[in-house]
Write a new protein. Sequence first.
Length: 105
Amino acid sequence: MLPIPTHFPDLPAPAVHKAPWGPNVCKAHTIISDTFSRAIQLLCQEDGDTLRLRIHSEKILQQIVPLLEALGPEVHNFTWIAECTHTLASVMVALEAAAFAVDGA
């Protein structure tokens, strides 16, 4: 399994001659980043339970990925979106693998 990034990518700098990111973009990024951080914290716990691991994985899939998709047209930075997608996918795979490991223990 590939290593999981330790932090969610920061927003890229706005395009030249463009105003700073609006409050909705910043809030969406904060929600995504905070959810990622909570998932990482859960993975670092020695006593993670299957239900919590799967709830976090489902939240990322059902709520956070669509939020990231909504940021795409606002940010217009394919490299950043790809990096974010990879970061979220990595943590989801780790959450599911941890849940399977707990089930098998």
